[in-house]
Design a protein around this ligand. Sequence first.
Ligand code: EPU
Length: 319
Amino acid sequence: MPYNTFGMDVRAKVVAEYASVEELTDLLKKYKGERLLAVGEGSNLLFTKDFDGVVLVSRMCRARALKETDKEVWIEAESGLKMDNLIEQLVDMNLMGMENMSYIPGTVGASAVQNVGAYGVEAKDVIERVETIEITSSRTRVFTNKECRFGYRDSIFKNELRGQYIVTKVVYRLQKEGELHPERLKIDKPHCTVADIREAVIAIRKSKLPEVGELGSAGSFFKNPVIRPEHYQTLSQQYPDMPHYVQEDGIKIPAAWLIEQCGWKGKKQGGAQVYDKQPLVIVNADHATPEDIMALAQAVCDSVQKKFGISISPEVNYI
Ligand code: EPU
């Protein structure tokens, strides 16, 4: 099955594509009672075994401007459109808001489920609302940004409502003018444009992250953990160089650093490998099986727990 960027050799009972909401609702009728899984590009999934059900793939790929004021434009994009294709168009139109998320693999639909993010910006910062179809009733339900309960790589669609709704459209709110966020991007220009930001982000991502289609992965495998300030205080005495970011809910520590300190950078186990340029990423180095990936991920978690007393958890969704 091609719909997983990890390149796992797994099978589903059926893979069905739809190009409109009507086609989707027809499929929901046809496959009523089956186990269903909606995927975009499968860039954040790990199939742990064959999938005993129907994989639904959105081929709804249009985008259009819904309304416009002096300062803002509302863009409605369909779920199967690749995020980066959308961002490329927005940058060409000089619209601001999503440029820091350039070159993230995955589709518009997945961006809302996963609340993807990069370089200080998350999908939730630009999402106005999310249109969905309820699987049991085939009825449309629109979620406001607040109703999506976005969190770090998280939303209501991954939790309370997991497996109950399929995202069909996302409305984003973009700015015609305003502030760019080049802070984390080392751009050497006094007045940078959205296009400069996009270019810088693409260059960084290409240098650190495996290219989809060339080397199997699902981007960051783990989330960056947030620990209690007291825990950080204790650890920082032993590891004064430990990078850390103060958050509302505690202190965020880069999992990449923790994993590197445990000696995992570039290490191979079975067909799976901790990526040498970014240890937060696990790659399918050589015909890895789902078991290889899971075993390596578990070994990494165990050693971070043992050395630092920090529990790191996967960002990737296990299916
Ligand atoms: N680091 C190391 N060793 C390394 C690489 C990084 O110690 O080899 C440490 C450094 O301290 C560095 C820090 O990790 O400053 C952060 O690294 P980076 O800026 O590459 O970001 P990240 O925290 O590892 C997160 C996201 C990425 C996103 C980048 C940029 C998560 C789980 N990952 O990674 O998202 O692109 O920030 O904003 O939050 C994804 O979710 O799939 C993803 C790639």
